[in-house]
Design a protein around this ligand. Structure first.
Ligand code: TRP
Ligand code: ZN
Length: 476
């Protein structure tokens, strides 16, 4: 785009007012390359559930995370590790910035270098505040190198579930939904900013560091091993992992062509990971429903420790101590539904959990277990007076993100929608959803709009009854 032209005005008494107005307009023009008005990037992206999550004014293109990690001394407790990191972040300014933030919690920043120059910075509980000089004009791509580190603990989310960089006896379980990535690297911690990643993770020799994407290689020197991983697909920060522990790696190519790397803790009995062998058949099944698997690779991490849940960490799902068949299907389906198409805001979480749960219902039917209809019927058999129906599925609140109804009422909503618009439109919708919003984010309104356009039906009453009302639907 060309520069804006300013009209030269001869100032006379009569034109003063006009000149003042024009000057104000010219100054207010956002991003005008001749007239930058520098501002501080907001400390959050504006997600009402997590006001400090993410940051305004920046778009991260790539994270290169160089992590050096020492797990705890096994004896004695406490479970605390030592992390020293260098994060090299390629980001684009989306506003004229004299200050911007990244999210970082519980670790100390030693130095910040922007485009090769050391910069002033400060930290609050959740924010790393950087004041770049020269200031960053909108559209400028900057390289930000942050050296940081500290003691790792076992952080908890607002509901009290372990998340983030969770220190274990032999390493760390790294699972960060919804806003736990800030416990291990400086990050624009919101799904609306997806980025590619690369990792170099150095751990004591004998331990394995497992991250997202492809294993590039590992090298051992003087008692330490560095594991290199490359994750080129756009990824929301909560789906990044750098899990460390005692793992055996198993690599193979699934029947659909996707390279698989599983990492299983050898302390576990083989039965705990036996269902991973169904991954190839599941990939084929979900590709038929949702289209091609969207990423460079897949696989699972099964640790002998537990955060109390599994997580769909992108390309490498995490399982706590056991990988049941239903959960293996659930986390795999998330790769399309949640990871490739991610929630626009955290209130849209039912689009992740409803689709993943419905996917495991369909998988069960496919292998001769309970049918999707039977799982739906079991859900709808719950008494209307139960508090189960009280939450609003499309707005469960920050403390209700992972509550049962988000999963099973979300899945029941999809089954009811399938009945409402018919199989052809429903599976067309599933594929179109992935095509249209893959690589980005989408909201409940986006989903309703696509369902309406694919089916040709007005579905406002349907979505109001099923996801925007805190009571049991009266007919289905
Ligand atoms: N999203 C995860 C899944 O579907 C679940 C999850 C993440 C979770 N954080 C949680 C469940 C905290 C309970 C508590 O598998
Ligand atoms: Zn899930």
């Amino acid at each position: 785009m060309g520069f804006r032209r300013t009209t030269r005005v001869v100032v006379t008494g009569a034109t003063v007012a006009a000149v003042v107005t024009m000057a104000a307009v010219a100054q207010a023009a956002p991003g005008d390359p001749g007239q930058p008005r520098y501002e501080a990037g907001p400390e959050g992206v504006g997600d009402p559930y997590f006001p400090l999550a993410g940051n305004g004014g920046i778009d991260v293109l790539h994270y290169a995370l160089d992590l050096d990690y020492l797990p705890p001394d096994p004896d004695p407790a406490p479970l605390e590790g030592t992390l020293a990191g260098v994060a090299t972040i390629e980001l684009r300014a989306t506003a004229d910035l004299d200050q911007f933030n990244l999210d970082l919690r519980g670790l100390d920043v030693e130095s910040v270098v922007v485009d090769g120059k050391a910069m002033a910075h400060s930290q609050t509980d959740n924010e790393l505040i950087i004041t770049p000089r020269p200031k960053l004009k909108a559209g400028h791509d900057a390289t930000v190198v942050i050296a940081y580190g500290g003691t790792t603990i076992r952080p908890e989310d607002i509901e009290g579930a372990l998340y983030g960089w969770v220190t274990t006896r032999d390493g760390a379980m790294v699972v960060s939904e919804p806003d736990g990535s800030a416990t291990w690297f400086p990050v624009n911690d919101h799904p609306t900013d997806k980025s590619s990643y690369e990792f170099a993770i150095t751990v004591p020799e004998g331990l394995v560091a497992v991250a997202n994407g492809n294993l590039v290689g590992s090298s051992t020197d003087a008692g330490s091993t560095t594991w290199h991983w490359d994750a080129p697909d756009p990824m929301a920060a909560y789906l990044a992992t750098a899990t460390v522990g005692d793992f055996v790696l198993d690599s193979y190519v699934a029947e659909n062509g996707t390279p698989i790397i599983d990492a299983v803790d050898p302390a576990l009995p083989a039965s705990r990971s036996a269902n991973l062998a169904k991954t190839g058949a599941m990939l084929t099944f979900f590709e038929e429903l949702y289209g091609p698997y969207p990423f460079v690779s897949y696989g699972a991490i099964v640790d002998d420790d537990s955060v109390g849940y599994a997580l769909e960490t992108q390309t490498r799902s995490f399982f706590s101590r056991n990988a049941s068949e239903g959960t293996v299907a659930h986390e795999l389906a998330h790769q399309w539904m949640g990871n490739h198409v991610s929630p626009a805001q955290w209130s849209d979480i039912w689009l992740n959990e409803g689709w993943a749960t419905y996917s495991s219902w369909m998988w069960s039917e496919n292998v001769g277990g309970p049918t999707a209809q039977q799982s739906f019927d079991a859900t709808m058999a719950r008494d209307a007076s139960s508090s189960y129906w009280a939450i609003i599925v499309a707005d469960p609140g920050p403390y209700g993100l992972f509550s049962g109804p988000v999963y099973t009422r979300g899945a029941a909503t999809l089954h009811a929608l399938r009945g409402e618009i018919g199989d052809d439109a429903f599976f067309d919708l599933a594929k179109q959803w992935v095509i249209e919003y893959g690589g980005g984010t989408a909201s409940t309104d986006d989903f309703q709009a696509l369902a309406e356009s694919v089916s040709g039906q007005d579905l406002d009453a349907f979505f109001t009854i099923w996801v925007r009302t805190g009571s049991k639907p009266t007919s289905w």
